[in-house]
Design a protein around this ligand. Structure first.
Ligand code: SF4
Length: 460
């Protein structure tokens, strides 16, 4: 069993600046999301409709993917299919070289991070420049993103100014940590790249089967520059991004900005269908990516994870994510969605992630597409290497709890054995097999009186 998360979480918990940056940023987004979601009377109906649309997509995925391919081709796009990351990267690099380019500008995209496109390009002697501000910060710092939507959430503005001063060759010498000054420095830095790039790489938030259109939702306008200025556009799109009809966007465009940035509307929504002469890129490629998604689809409980619209609301409410940050998860998808998606996309890997949760259910409550994350977490735990042991322990506990005399005797024994720790209120370390529990959490000491005993005393 992988033990990467508990170890990495321990390291992250010892970094007070990181915890303070995360608590501040997630707290602010959380409050905004609650306010704007509360403005809509039909919020719950929107969530249910979105969940139903996504469930329909999963039932008809092959049919919808072929419909999308047919319509995108008819509109002038070239559609490629990639079974895995290696194939997608090969196709993207080949198209870039055939376009006579040795660099690309990129729109923020989780799919290209998932396949490690930047790393592949570098190995091939090609450069991939991130143009989203937060992705740019992470790339300049030679770091990894720690949040789906706010990849540089673990930095505060003073740290960002230091990164710009050290790593951005054209950063102004008098750069302050004022957010407007930092954004302006990045804008000037990126403008040259936009003007010189022949090829752009994007992902897509949605792919519309009935027309072959792709949709990118963003906040900064850098995406619009990438999607319109270069001659060649390559979009790497996970097959789960399909929506049957353009009208379905009505539901998702209300849910996504509110759930992600706490905005009623996102500032830029780009929709394009194939290629149009004299209007934007004329060489348009779409790489439809599987990379483990077919396997996820085969699991009737786990497939819910494919409904995810990458809004990151579940990260912002997760008590585990807020304390450890994204790097501890060791995967491009962190937080609650990462805990159910990573082990399914890469079976046999990341099997510690379903345990990176208190099962409090906050993620399920905020998820705009109603993914029952706790249900999938428990399902994955059962399938994991500790599944059999956990079932045996739970079965034994169930048998004891079903027999009142046995249960009372067990409680008495627990109270007696835990006497040395009563003053402290919790136990830090137990010998095996109790160490399996206390290795990553404290154990509460049973109270001096059980509820029944307390009640009896009270009645006397
Ligand atoms: S699981 Fe739900 S809440 Fe989390 S990122 Fe995906 S859509 Fe958003």
């Amino acid at each position: 069993m992988s033990t990467a998360f508990p170890k990495a979480a321990k390291v992250a918990l010892g970094m007070p600046q990181l915890r303070s940056n995360l608590a501040h940023a997630t707290g602010a987004i959380r409050a905004k999301r609650t306010d704007v979601a509360g403005e809509l009377d039909d919020w719950e109906e929107l969530r249910s409709t979105a969940a139903a649309v996504k469930a329909d997509v999963q039932h008809r995925l092959p049919e919808l993917a072929l419909e999308f391919e047919r319509n995108a081709r008819a509109a002038g796009a070239r559609v490629h299919w990639a079974r895995d990351a290696a194939e997608a990267n090969r196709i993207a690099a080949r198209i870039t070289c055939e376009a006579g380019a040795d660099e690309v500008v990129k729109v923020k995209s989780m799919a290209t991070q998932e396949i490690e496109l930047n790393e592949h390009f570098e190995a091939e002697g090609l450069a991939a420049w991130e143009t989203d501000l937060a992705e740019l910060i992470v790339q300049l710092a030679e770091d990894r993103p720690s949040h789906i939507l706010v990849p540089a959430i673990h930095y505060n503005r003073t740290e960002i100014r230091e990164i710009f001063n050290e790593r951005m060759p054209d950063a102004p010498s008098d750069l302050t940590d004022d957010p407007a000054a930092l954004a302006e420095a990045a804008r000037l830095h990126l403008r040259r790249r936009f003007l010189s790039a022949k090829v752009a790489v994007s992902g897509a938030n949605f792919a519309i089967a009935e027309s072959g259109a792709l949709v990118v939702v963003e906040s900064e306008g850098n995406g619009r520059m990438c999607l319109t200025m270069p001659e060649t556009l390559i979009s790497v799109v996970g097959i789960e991004k399909l929506l049957p009809r353009f009208d379905d966007l009505e539901v998702f465009m209300q849910l996504l900005p509110r759930s992600s940035t706490g905005e009623r509307m996102n500032p830029y929504t780009s929709v394009w269908t194939g290629a149009t002469e004299g209007d934007g890129p004329e060489d348009v490629h779409i790489i439809l990516l599987d990379n483990g998604r077919s396997g996820v689809l085969a699991d009737e409980v786990g497939r819910q994870a494919l409904s995810c619209i990458r809004c990151s609301a579940c990260l912002n409410v997760c008590p585990v994510y807020e304390r450890t940050g994204g790097h501890a998860y060791g995967h491009v998808y962190p937080g609650p969605i990462g805990a159910i998606l990573a082990p399914q996309l890469e079976p046999g890997e990341h099997d510690d992630l379903p345990y990176a949760s208190s099962l409090c259910g906050a993620c399920y409550e905020v998820c705009p597409v109603k993914i029952n994350i706790p249900e999938v977490l428990v399902h994955l735990r059962r399938q994991g290497p500790h599944g059999a042991g956990e079932r045996a322990v739970m079965g034994a506990a169930q048998r004891v709890m079903a027999r009142p005399r046995l249960w009372r005797a067990a409680l008495r024994a627990a109270r007696f054995l835990s006497r040395p720790w009563r003053g402290r209120g919790h136990v830090r370390r137990l010998p095996w097999p109790g160490s399996k529990w206390t290795g990553s959490r404290d154990m509460s000491v049973p109270p001096r009186l059980s509820f029944r005993d307390w009640w009896k005393e009270r009645e006397r």
